[in-house]
Design a protein around this ligand. Structure first.
Ligand SMILES: [Zn+2]
Length: 497
């Protein structure tokens, strides 16, 4: 059996201020660089990306692999036409070449599923359309997905099976890649497509209510498993949707794949009914920055209070440079506090020019929203921003944040980097000499992913709403293109359109 493996991953925030261009794919801080067919296997095999799980599963099964291209960029605004066309053209031409070299039995793709390209709001639907045009209607195609994807009708129609991660924080990316590869082999052996059932869910799920470590989501996933088993489906794909996307196909959705239509329909309908029953349980508590800082400073414990600066989460399309929560820590005189991190290449360069031990005046962060913080700071330590992640989610992945510095503003220290990274890994702090477990207050630019690494060391976790584009409440976004009937938050009376 000979199968092709490639990937194209982006999570696009329709309202984020900075578009995603080719450079963001060429230099994806914290993730593997783009791969062409000649390098894909060797360079991805040891990483934590879904394609690595698929490569491993394929090699263990003795399959021959025809590598395609693979590219990832960190979440931000929609992907420019130039970047989308460049990577899509690579994958299409690689597939054409692979098929010319010899018979191909199937295709596995490592997709995120929430990519919005300037000219194609459902970018994965468009990519799959182009690949189908080359591969033909009978070619088995399966994909792994991030559950933050917008699972659209076009994606379900054009791929044979789609399998998202089951965890958020995402600690099972490789398992999802392996699962999609197994589904591909199952589909090839079957000789005909799976029966499919696709259902959209009519409310947005806020990011902070999606964590699978705590109820209600932990319970929903346990029930998903029971429903899938009861109906004997090959896959019951559950996707939260990405609540910062704005096109008619986006939102929470389910796809069931089974040997017969009745089983697929029954599993999808039963799971949809469960989500609708639990809708009101998905609202969560979020504190404004001033109250959160006051509350964190009151805690007297040996372990830190971890504060999630969720609305500037680089993993959700934030620029990672807003200063609202930092300003509040400084204003209230917090001590033994550390902020990870502020993405500001200019300030990082100024620190490197000044050197360790120097005092610098900075207009820190706030480049994306025009609200930098004027500070006088001491440069405690410099780094080249390169380290290897160690956590459950990204362990083994190389990070390259460019020239970086640890600075002190009174009792508050800040890690300043030249590229953004969501704070989902303790190595972001440790690489520059900070041990988060020994702090009083640790600020992370993250919504949920930080919990895998930081919840075990935290006395308390506070989710904070400081200014930023990754709004905690989807109902506050200026949507223009959603499908009618989609409720903007769980339990809302008002729907869009
Ligand atoms: Zn995700």
């Amino acid at each position: 059996m000979r199968i092709a493996i490639g990937g194209f991953l982006h999570e696009s925030h329709s309202f984020a201020p900075v578009a995603t261009g080719w450079k963001d794919f060429a230099e994806p801080g914290g993730w593997p660089a783009p791969q062409r067919p000649a390098t894909l296997l060797d360079n991805l095999r040891a990483t934590g990306v879904p394609a690595a799980g698929a490569i491993d599963a394929a090699e263990r099964s003795g399959l021959r692999i025809a590598p395609l291209s693979w590219a990832f960029a960190n979440p931000a605004g929609p992907v420019t036409a130039e970047a989308f066309e460049r990577v899509a053209a690579w994958i299409v031409s690689d597939l054409t070449a692979a098929m010319a070299e010899g018979p191909l039995d199937g295709i596995y793709l490592d997709l995120h599923g929430a990519m919005v390209a300037e000219e194609f709001p459902d970018a994965e639907g468009e990519l799959l359309r182009r690949l189908r045009a080359v591969a033909g209607p009978d070619m088995p195609i399966t994909c792994s997905l991030d559950p933050h994807c917008n699972l659209t009708a076009a994606m379900v129609e054009r791929a044979d099976a789609l399998s998202p991660f089951r965890t958020y924080p995402h600690v099972d990316m490789k398992q999802a890649g392996a699962r999609a590869l197994k589904l591909l082999v199952e589909r090839i052996r079957r000789g005909k497509p799976f029966a499919r059932a696709y259902r959209q869910v009519d409310f947005w799920l806020p990011i902070t209510s999606q964590c699978t470590l705590v109820p209600p989501m932990s319970e929903v996933y346990a029930e998903r498993e029971r429903i899938a088993t009861r109906h004997g489906v090959s896959e019951l794909a559950f996707c939260f949707g990405f609540p910062y996307a704005d096109f008619p196909g986006c939102g929470m959705a389910i796809a069931a794949y089974a040997a017969d239509q009745a089983a697929a329909d029954a599993a999808a309908d039963e799971f949809l009914a469960l989500l609708n029953r639990r809708e009101r349980d998905f609202a969560g508590e979020i504190l404004p920055a001033d109250r959160a800082v006051a509350e964190a400073m009151k805690v007297n414990a040996t372990r830190p209070v971890v504060m999630a600066d969720t609305q500037d989460n680089p993993g959700g399309g934030g620029h990672g440079d807003t200063t609202g929560l930092l300003a509040e820590l400084v204003r209230q005189g917090a001590r033994h506090a550390v902020v990870g991190s502020i993405n500001d290449a200019e300030s990082a360069a100024a620190c490197h020019r000044a050197g360790e031990g120097a005092t610098v005046s900075l207009r820190l962060g706030g480049k994306s929203d025009g609200a930098p913080l004027e500070v006088t700071a001491r440069v405690l330590r410099l780094s080249n921003g390169r380290f290897t992640c160690t956590g459950a989610m990204a362990g083994g992945n190389p990070a390259d944040l460019g020239p970086s510095a640890l600075i002190a503003i009174g009792g508050v220290r800040v890690i300043v980097t030249s590229r953004k990274m969501q704070a989902y890994d303790l190595a972001l702090f440790r690489h520059i000499g900070v041990e988060p477990a020994q702090e009083k207050i640790v600020v992370v630019k993250s919504s949920v992913h930080f919990r895998a690494d930081f919840q075990p060391i935290a006395e308390r976790v506070l989710v904070v709403a400081a200014p930023g584009p990754v709004v905690a409440d989807p109902a506050t976004l200026p949507f223009r293109n959603l499908r009618p009937g989609l409720r903007l938050r769980p339990g809302a009376n008002q729907s869009w359109g």
